[in-house]
Design a protein around this ligand. Sequence first.
Ligand code: PLP
Length: 390
Amino acid sequence: MTFDTPINRFGTHCAKWDMMEKLYSLPASGGLAMWVADMDFRPPTCVQAAVDRMAAHGIYGYFGDDSKYLDGIQWWMATRHGWDVPRDAIFTTHGLVNGTGLVVDTFTAPGDAVVLLTPVYHAFARVIKAAGRGVTECPLAVVNGRHEMDFERWSSLLTGAEKMLILCSPHNPGGRVWTADELRGVADFCKRHDLLLVSDEIHHDLVYPGQRHVVMANAAPHIADRLIMMTAATKTFNIAGCHTGNVIIPDPDLRARFANRLTALGISANSFGMHMATAAYSPEGAVWLDGLMAYLDGNRRLFDAGIATIPGLTSMPLEATYLAWVDFAGTGMTAAEVIGRVETTAGIATNYGTPFGAGGETCLRFNLATPRAVVAEAVARLQSAFADLQ
Ligand SMILES: Cc1ncc(COP(=O)(O)O)c(C=O)c1O
């Protein structure tokens, strides 16, 4: 297990590197892809072995019998998260953007609104708006350089059209691991305003040493009748291309409505995703994950130390995720000027803050899940691009 080894991803039809020239005008030679959230690392060998077994067999028919897959989820959630997941609560979707679209489609109607705690993962708003629903942005507060809940303010922002709140836990971007009290606060807010609570926990394994993620189902069992959980092995093990995720619904009535919607839309399992996730949710996967988090811990420290040397830039201290959130407000520059320096001068492709919603306007998101030498190179380029501020 060596995360330092560079792996050339060009020419593999991967979004992160192969779309960089088209989207950012950054060439294969010299550009650094630090945008979309996948990692430049191979998954654990148990996952590769599962794919090798499929390839060796050579027949790629429909998937059936998800018993081992469900065993894997139950084992993983119990051992890593202390969460007892009922088997019949688990639905498999084509990833969690798909899961988001499906819950919005099933449990809200056109004209309804969905609450987002911004800045937050940009695909939420994209999916909600494309489905003809509104987005009610409730901005997170920034206190001592990190995101915090702001319930009092949020209550005054609701219009009455809201039927659902989508939480990102841990939070992307900014990497907060919400405390049990904060999670109960969100649950109570949803109860008070009669909102379904969708807790997207795709980043819940990517938590740094010293932090403890609490699953919403454990933090707030009293709102199980309005709770929808979303999890996946894909972000944890860098297998997002297999597009497999879980929507987990404790309440039987909500479950029946969702099951019906999946049938109506003909959603069924992707064989590759089922085999890969089953292999990943294993003791070998757990060892690999611990090694990954130790490595990413080094990357985030290196990056933050470098950003701290550039006046006007601040990087939120990540408690989870490999997605650094850098605020450039302190430079007094416009977003266009900062993007020009980061992209054109430093040659780094990042995610722009504005699509993440209110609070993201002066930020850029950097993906640190890449060999450490790439992070070091990015830091050096940023220091040089902003050298006049020293
Ligand atoms: C919070 C969150 N949900 C969902 C996704 C994407 O999920 P999927 O690849 O399963 O569609 C991401 C990707 O970064 C994410 O950050």
